[in-house]
Design a protein around this ligand. Sequence first.
Ligand SMILES: Nc1nc2c(ncn2[C@@H]2O[C@H](COP(=O)(O)OP(=O)(O)OP(=O)(O)O)[C@@H](O)[C@H]2O)c(=O)[nH]1
Length: 505
Amino acid sequence: MGSPAKVGKKAAPPTKTAPPAYLDQSQLDLSGLNLVNKEVSKAEEAPKMSFAHDKLLEEVRKSLDAQRKGKQALSLVVIGHVDAGKSTLMGRLLYELGRMDERTRAANERNSTKAGKSSFSWAWSLDGTSEERERGITMDVALESFSTTKRQITVLDAPGHKEFIPNMISGASRADCALLVVDASTGEFESGFERGGQTREHLVLARSLGVAQVIVAINKLDQVQWGKNRYEEICALLRPFLTQSGFHSAKTSFIPIGAMLGVNLVACEGEDAKQLLEWYQGPTLVDLLDKLEPPSRDITAPARIPVSNIFKGQGSGISVSGRVLSGVVQVGERLRILPGDETAVVKSIEVEEENVPWVAAGSNAILALVSVDSVQLTIGSVLCPPANPVPLALTFTARILIFDLQVPIIAGAMVELFHHSRDVPASVSKLIATLDRASGKVVKSNPRVLGKASSAEVQITIRSTGSSTRPIPLEPYAANKAMGRILIRREGETIAAGIVMEVLG
Ligand SMILES: Nc1nc2c(ncn2[C@@H]2O[C@H](COP(=O)(O)OP(=O)(O)OP(=O)(O)O)[C@@H](O)[C@H]2O)c(=O)[nH]1
């Protein structure tokens, strides 16, 4: 993940990135209703670029080389069934690592107790909105960062509740690795793991979105007297499912923890860890985080930045957050906003709460934009170089893997298409062929239906919303892996994942 030496402290830290359905009014105004004062935004002075493209790539390479010798950066999505303890784990870990000070911890404890939610005290900082705190659940994706000895980690705390799967998808599509949290309490692991539980769904979604490494944190072991048998039972149930979902065993690790008590996060010691230490002498969570391998970054490909959130920046400007999927972008650069024919100039870039002169593939960044007419800027827009725009698709072909299905897919089936933070109504307009799952070879052309656990090539068409049908920016997987992954849902269930083969128009 690339970002250079910091050039100054950030001004306004938006720590939450909220997907479309849960935006507050001001965000809605900006992203959907075009109430931003265009004149002012246009009038802002655009900065000049500091580097020619080749020089910039050289800078980025140097910086990435230096990173390899120091702390490598990666982003981690925290996933798992509702109430598994994801936010508690993150809150406690931030505290143990010194990222949350004692005053904040005490204030969280006071405020959560006052609200009658003392058990959510560690989750208080991450579940930052009043509705989240009231309901005791995460709704949107919270962004935090911390560093271990060898890694600089951006954490995306995803919601576990089924209702917020689109937000989880948006979070996972910005991550390199996953931390799956499961609740070891009697009956709780089972309900998260059964059909319809989010333990399974989150794992499948994360893998389908390209996340290949996962740490499984078996949490709340204090609830089962730190039982070794229970820990091993859960590992044994999860292992085959992980393999079946496409996680290589070498890229999967398991760890027993007690998030609330802070056991085996940074250290495994003290009174609370006594029972665990009777049978566990393995690594701590931080030891495992330190071993996560950042995937390779494609910095030479054209820049692609899907917008995951839009908010009012400092003064009159507009800021967007999103992950740089490929390429590099610098301050002063003009970017095209797709779909649409608008461009914007990057006024400043913020990574990990610091201003930086450029940002490269792998980083989650906030870009302040000027010289922009916000009318065409929405969540799901993709920023890219004007000379190398991302293709727009109304119809495309895809190879898909079908999951568990109640009703088979037939030609014309109405679905919801998910691509990064965007979801649009679509239809499976043509069933081209069923494929052999292992070899990808055609088994049958023009099948009449697609059943569960099958693999197929299909044509997908975006359906109209209201009076218009807007194409969406996506790219064949062969051209850009991260831009070429899609998920298909129907009636609140994820029914397939796939890769884009060809954009037909
Ligand atoms: N006993 C015990 N309770 C825990 C532990 N970790 C979390 N909890 C409790 O589990 C409940 C849910 O914790 P959260 O951190 O909100 O769970 P979550 O996975 O973030 O929930 P969502 O984001 O809404 O899916 C809270 O009451 C926590 O206090 C633990 O290690 N032991």
